[in-house]
Design a protein around this ligand. Structure first.
Ligand code: MF3
Ligand code: CO
Length: 248
């Protein structure tokens, strides 16, 4: 069931969402060659807690860390590790959630480690643009799957592909609520979104083909062709005349 949030509930979500935004920006300043993904996880957890929030991912379905740190061909849910050193030319997607005031916020950014090649530059740019294209005309009454149709069309017209196994979602008192928000689909289909619906819109875009595998750790999704992937996510409120983005 898709729940519509009251203004009071949306106001309560502003703080966890602002903490997500600020944590992502803070982690962005720490990314450089030689840093381990475990160090980023520790910094994020300490920062989120210093703001009086909890990292929602820690312990979620047994997930062992506070952030997802997915490097290069890792698409989502990369588990931070003290053995994973970032190196010049890598890209890293950082996805994290914060819980405060009884609500979750959720966001992701993909960062470059030093100088990266042109394909990775374009991948990061197009992934972010997929989000902006999807929200450009989004408002109350928009069919849900227009979001995915726009993301898919823009990604594929740039020669990239979209993952099918992982999707965006509603968010609120739970980290994952209805509806699922795929990054693919057919325009004009799906329920018409109502004002006050809060969604995580999160293009996960692959430089090569759309197929992914999950590693033996049970979490890390990697591209089958080992080409890089990028992720960009914000928590947004559907409004009568557009969207309000809570994690920017
Ligand atoms: N932030 C992720 C999302 O967009 C959730 C990560 S799942 C976890 O849905 F288990 F790793 F926390
Ligand atoms: Co999400």
């Amino acid at each position: 069931m898709i729940t519509v949030k009251t203004e009071k509930e949306i106001d309560a979500m502003r703080e966890p969402c602002a903490i997500v935004r600020d944590t992502l920006a803070y982690i962005g300043t720490k990314i450089r060659a030689g840093v381990t993904t475990q160090e980023l996880d520790d910094l994020a957890r300490e920062y989120i807690r210093s703001r009086g929030a909890e990292p929602s991912c820690l312990g979620y379905c047994g997930y062992p860390a506070s952030i997802c740190a997915s490097v290069n061909e890792e698409v989502v849910h990369g588990i931070p590790s003290p053995d994973r050193f970032l190196k010049e030319g890598d890209i890293i997607s950082v996805d994290l959630c914060a819980y405060k005031n009884g609500f979750h916020g959720d966001g992701a950014r993909t960062f470059a480690v030093g100088a990266i090649d042109e394909e990775k530059q374009k991948l990061i740019r197009v992934t972010e643009e997929c989000f902006w294209k999807a929200v450009e005309n989004l408002r109350a009454g928009t069919p849900l799957f227009d979001i995915g149709a726009i993301v898919q069309n823009y990604a594929e017209s740039n020669g990239f592909s979209v993952v099918r196994e992982f999707v965006g979602h509603g968010i609120g008192r739970e980290m994952h609520e209805d509806p699922s928000v795929p990054n693919y689909g057919k325009r004009g289909t799906g329920v018409r979104l109502r004002a006050g619906t809060v969604l995580c819109i999160e293009p996960m875009i692959l430089a090569g083909s759309r197929f992914v595998d999950v590693l033996d750790d049970g979490w890390t999704a990697v591209t089958r062709d080992k080409k890089p992937a990028a992720h960009y996510e914000n928590t947004v409120v559907i409004r009568e005349d557009g969207v309000e983005i809570l994690t920017i």
